[in-house]
Design a protein around this ligand. Sequence first.
Ligand SMILES: Nc1nc2c(c(=O)[nH]1)N[C@H]1C(S)=C(S)[C@@H](COP(=O)(O)O)O[C@H]1N2
Ligand SMILES: [Mo]
Length: 411
Amino acid sequence: MGLKRSDRREFLKRGAALAGGLGVAAVKPAMGQTPGNILGTDELVGYGKRSRFVKSVRIPHGGRPSPDAFGLDFHIAAPLQDSVGVITPSSLHYMGTTRGSFVPDINPAEHRLMIHGMVDRPLIFTMDELKRLPSVTRLHFIECAGNRSSSRKTTVQETHGMTSCAEWTGVLLSTLLKEAGVQDGGSWIVAEGVEEVKGASSIPMAKAMEDCLLCYGMNGEAVRPQQGFPLRLLVPGFEGILSVKWLRRIKVVDRFYMTYNDYGNLSQDADDAALKMQIGPKSVITYPSGGQQLPGRGFYQISGLAWSGGGAVSRVEISTDGGRSWTDADIRGTAHPMAHTRFSYNWNWDGSECELQSRCTDELGSIQSSRAQIAEFWNVPPGQPFRVRGHDNSIQPWRIDRDGSVHNAIS
Ligand SMILES: Nc1nc2c(c(=O)[nH]1)N[C@H]1C(S)=C(S)[C@@H](COP(=O)(O)O)O[C@H]1N2
Ligand SMILES: [Mo]
């Protein structure tokens, strides 16, 4: 800090005045602890660690163990119920894997990215070469297409934990595609990770040119191994499966390629496919949420996350009466395009049974639907249990019982 010594003393004095009645003892470390004795040398100096009192952890998603008996990683869900702000810490970022992964141990010095296919100049990059190019840093969520709620799930980690948001740094894919020179008719790319066809996805060229990123940075440091170290593709706002991790090859092609990861049919139209791949608008209340316990009636700040593959979140509404009436929530900070956006709503709980819901509108004007609206669209008879088809961006209801316990209210 640039404060001169005398200024600093002034500042400290004023700080002490603000603290008012607090005695000196209040700023001493808690009983029995002198600074430094709770952490080992590596955490003190090398790489920091959180407090042992903070217990928030990821869990295997969908009832499937991870790692499994063969040591393969499967889906792992982020603890959204404990989240504050909009960044998911890298250690808590959800993990998505299409067929189970042995997280590869890639030496970045040996890693290469190849761009080839329908291009004028096929290119091969080392990581050092990529890092010399103009870069961008952007906040983006990723969400697995399998992030769906149902009546069987109890917590927000189970209903919505397969999405996370990080600050990503890397090179725009368009920078490299322009350098390579996309030939006429090059309408799709196929991106491939080191597990060959199992980690490959087809992406429309318009999206590839618009905002796709080749990321080597995540939350201010190198991308984590589970998130694709040393290089991953990020396809903002589209289903997570397209954001190929451990990226080693991009091939420009003239049609949709049905890789091990892809579904649909070979004659997919790029525009139709892009619409199917786009997420949201979506939101969920993280506090209070399923499994939590309110101590009693009184003031609570309802808080949650909203996001959309269609752009920035423009509005979030809250209902405390099961969707009958709606009031605008506050959007906290800046709503970035295709990024988790924190909303909050100051609320007095009168102690009676009630049902909380949140509803997101994005900058395109798309509004999140209720499960009832989706059921009606698909002609599901009222009252019949149903599974939302395709991506599930339905409104999540949480019921608060009179004892303050919070429950998934999907019937
Ligand atoms: N190479 C490779 N990339 C992959 C996958 C994979 O199994 N292999 N899984 C995909 C899936 S299904 C999802 S939802 C996202 C999850 O990204 P994350 O693990 O960083 O959260 O990565 C995608 N990229
Ligand atoms: Mo996924």
